[in-house]
Design a protein around this ligand. Structure first.
Ligand code: GLP
Length: 240
């Protein structure tokens, strides 16, 4: 695990975008695992700028997202499908056919998990981008999710519902379940890039880096990954 600490969010975001851009440029048909949440927004803005300036192209890139709320589709502003469209896909030269998210509106969410697992098998990721939950979750793999888990329906922890309620009108509107890549799916990526910023992530960052490898902190599994890069700002690093 390589830890990189940045003075501020802008510097972290720039470095993250450069790492992603290098991955895209290094493979003829790159596969990126993408994440939602506030943390990667700066990195996405930098990628959009690079694409606009003509120094980066997503023409040959395929993407696969980590997760989606059960019950939400692209028409709902809080869905991760809408998030990706608004914050990245609509601003870059990617072919929408090459973008993938779990379908939160699938009639049979369990069958959707199986479809997504099959899809992941055929899409080995060159890089998986991750945020970090304040409880140490990655994707929606909450504490005590088995490290061997595959795509599944996750019950959101109360703390996650609270954290994510800021993006909904009312906490009662936050879905209680999500379809998420499992931890084994995530760690199969060749390279992992995890971003975390702000003091409310400091405890989770500490557990991820300094705690033992333990299912109570899902992100701690990254200690075992051969190429995991952790980019954090000073505030998130304050307990290290
Ligand atoms: C959500 C997502 C995670 C994300 C986390 C942190 O729960 N499922 O993938 O990493 O939130 O979000 P933020 O970056 O907004 O703090």
């Amino acid at each position: 695990m390589k830890i990189e600490i940045f003075e501020n969010y802008e510097q972290m975001s720039r470095a993250a975008a450069e790492t992603i851009a290098r991955t895209v440029q290094a493979a003829p048909f790159p596969v990126l695992g993408l994440a939602t949440g506030s943390t990667p927004l700066g990195a996405y803005r930098n990628l959009i700028e690079m694409c606009g300036a003509g120094v980066l192209s997503f023409k040959n890139v395929r993407t696969v997202n980590l997760d989606e709320y059960v019950g939400l589709g692209e028409e709902s502003a809080q869905s991760y499908a809408a998030f990706m469209e608004k914050n990245l896909f609509s601003h870059i030269d990617i072919d929408r056919e090459n973008t993938n998210l779990p379908d939160g509106k699938a009639e049979d969410p369990q069958a959707e998990c199986e479809r997504y697992s099959q899809l992941l098998k055929g899409m080995p990721r060159d890089l998986q981008l991750l945020g970090l939950g304040s409880d140490g979750h990655i994707g929606f793999n909450e504490p005590y999710t088995p490290f061997g888990s595959r795509t599944h329906i996750a019950e959101l922890a109360e703390s996650t519902i609270r954290d994510n309620s800021r993006l909904f009108g009312d906490i009662s509107e936050v879905p209680r379940r999500a379809i998420t890549m499992g931890i084994a799916d995530i760690t199969e990526a060749k390279k992992i890039l995890l971003l975390a910023c702000g003091a409310n992530k400091a405890r989770a960052v500490y557990d991820m880096v300094k705690g033992g490898i333990d299912e109570k902190c899902p992100a701690s599994i990254l200690q075992k990954h051969p190429d995991a890069v952790i980019m954090i700002d000073r505030e998130a690093a304050q307990l290290l």
